[in-house]
Design a protein around this ligand. Structure first.
Ligand code: GLP
Length: 241
């Protein structure tokens, strides 16, 4: 794992955008594994800037997102589809039909999850996967547990994650309790991974990335098995390293 620590979130965002832009400049039809949450918002802003300056072209890229809340359709302002549209897709020349987010309203969620894995395979896998990290070490919605799921599946959110994400909803009881998430399989199969973390509340989870332990109780520790992970941090998130 390669750790990069910056003084500010702005620098974290600019550096992460640079890494992603490099992948696109080397492969114009790159498959981008994208994430939601507050961590990558600044990176998306930087990518839009690069696009507007004419130094980045998304026309041939495809994207596949990590997760989506069960029960929220793409028009709900807290759905991850809506997040991606408003934070990135609506502002760059990406063909919307090449952007994929799991369907949290599918009648048969299990079947939908299976199809999502087939879709990832049919795209030839993910060239670069962007990740945030939960304060408890979750990635996507792969929550700490005795065992983890390999493939895309429906996940129950932990109490801690519901609390952490409540800030985006009117109240805690409005936070969906389930989500469709990629399993750790497709994440670890991505050719390259960029994990972004900022703020002191991520310091504990970030610290778990540097010791000699891999545990499903802290899903992000599985990333230690991957040969090309860059962890981009501000100094608060790096404060326990
Ligand atoms: N499912 C998402 C994750 O994909 C995200 O990485 C994490 C951190 O979010 P944030 O970046 O807002 O701290 O929490 C959410 O629950």
């Amino acid at each position: 794992m390669n750790f990069k620590v910056f003084d500010s979130y702005e620098e974290v965002s600019a550096y992460s955008a640079e890494l992603l832009a490099k992948v696109i400049s080397e492969k114009e039809d790159a498959v981008l594994g994208l994430a939601t949450g507050s961590s990558p918002v600044g990176m998306y802003k930087e990518l839009i800037k690069l696009y507007e300056e004419g130094s980045l072209d998304f026309s041939k890229t495809k994207s596949i997102n990590l997760d989506e809340y069960v029960g929220l359709d793409g028009n709900h302002d807290q759905s991850y589809r809506y997040f991606m549209d408003t934070n990135l897709f609506d502002h760059v020349n990406m063909d919307k039909k090449n952007t994929y987010v799991p369907d949290g309203t599918a009648e048969d969620l299990t079947e939908g999850a299976k199809k999502y894995d087939e879709l990832i395979e049919s795209m030839g896998g993910i060239d670069v996967q962007v990740l945030g990290i939960g304060p408890n070490g979750h990635i996507g919605f792969n929550e700490p547990a005795d065992e983890l799921k390999l493939n895309t599946h429906v996940a129950e959110l932990t109490e801690e994650t519901i609390k952490a994400n409540a800030r985006f909803f009117a109240s805690e009881k409005d936070v969906p309790t389930r989500a469709v998430t990629m399993g750790v399989g497709p994440i670890l199969k991505a050719k390259k991974i960029i994990l972004i973390a900022s703020g002191e509340n991520k310091a504990w989870a970030v610290k778990s990335l540097v010791d000699d332990v891999i545990t499903t109780k802290i899903p992000a520790t599985l990333l230690k098995l991957h040969p090309d992970v860059t962890v981009v941090l501000d100094k608060e998130a790096a404060s326990m390293l």
